[in-house]
Design a protein around this ligand. Sequence first.
Ligand SMILES: [Mn+2]
Length: 464
Amino acid sequence: MPGRRVIYRIISLILALLSFALAATPALAQSVRAAADSRATDSADNAMPVEVLTRRRAALLARLEPGIALLRSADHRSLHEHPQDSDFRQDNNFYYLTGLETPGSWLVMFKPERGPGKLLLYLPERDPAKEVWMGPQLGPGSEVTELTGIEAVHPASEFEAEIVRRLAQPEAFREYPQLYLPLGEGAESTREIVELAVQARRSISDLGTPLAELRLVKDSVELARLRRAIAITVEAHRQAMKAVRPGMYEYELEAVVEYVFRSHGAERVGFPSIVGSGPNSVILHYDRSRRRMEESDLVVIDIGAEYGYYTADLTRTLPVSGKYSPRQRAIYELVLATQAVVIDSVRPGTTFWELERIARGHMRVHSKGLCGGGGCDRYFLHGLGHWLGMDVHDVGSYATPFVPGMVVTIEPGIYLADESLGVRIEDDLLVTEEGHEVLSADLPRSVAEIEALMGQAAEPVGRR
Ligand SMILES: [Mn+2]
């Protein structure tokens, strides 16, 4: 999806607190292109590998000065009123470093001057009364060590006594001078620690920045999960192409999309689905999906399944009738050609700034009066692309030159409000040593491919 770098908090879909049915195995990565096979595997295959977690934590510690780093997991919403707690989603950084979905927990990392770092986990103690409602919960114990590779696991109730007091002790400054806390995303979760640190006259460094630098370059597990999220989203787009017809409501199309997501094992949407037809096609973040689609409309479908905490982000723009009008086709093909030129330029060393320049230049030069006197680039109303990962607009500086392992979206668009004509085309790319791989290459993009697929009969969804 286009636009500001907002963290999209998610529509609630049912998520059991201890669902580890999230992960990807090497076998899974290979089978990703077989859409028919993209079903959830059982949880035994799905825990985050301990060696991957260990590597991430070591890489983070290597970036820190001697000091103490604190990270809090996401909290419960009101557990007593809503025992299912269905919209709980773990804090991204906490999940990245622990693989745990336990709320109300702390990860503490000590980075000494010399030698290996020390790690502590604090988890809420198990509560038999709650487990009657929620099922077995993870609490302090050896199973947490098995899942995370962290030896020291304590009850969260001890966190304050041990860590908070330590922060206030002057001698802790000498051994561990820096105090790292997330100051951007997740900052509110450590507000009390910040106040304490201010009282103790300790300066605070941002833990989010080194984590963002790490999260920019995806490891093998992250890539496997992204590929899976993208494969599911490609399948949803294909089903939407077959289903769309004049007279259908936008929400019906949205339902087809999200049915495919859930039935292929996606836990939730990575962001609210955008299904915008006619006048709604020019509203960049339209997510109400209430309009009845008309034969002459274009419909912009900008969607992303989330799988194992990683989200896809893919957009196609379809003619509701099944055939683009000459005018729609001309605009569509200008956006498509712009996207192709940019995709060709994705390689290590380039930047979003450089790609944006290429995109706008191409669009302007090839406008041929399509958008009145000036170039169509005047109607390209948002940024060309963004980082993709645990967040749809993922963390990381947009000035960073591309290196292999980064995942980006490329999404040029033209929005002509006077004609209710909006076109956006978005694909997801992995930066490789040689250049790039289009992770969503299986999804039809050209006019001919899309019209051919739209001509096929819709597949029945559920029992209708
Ligand atoms: Mn996007």
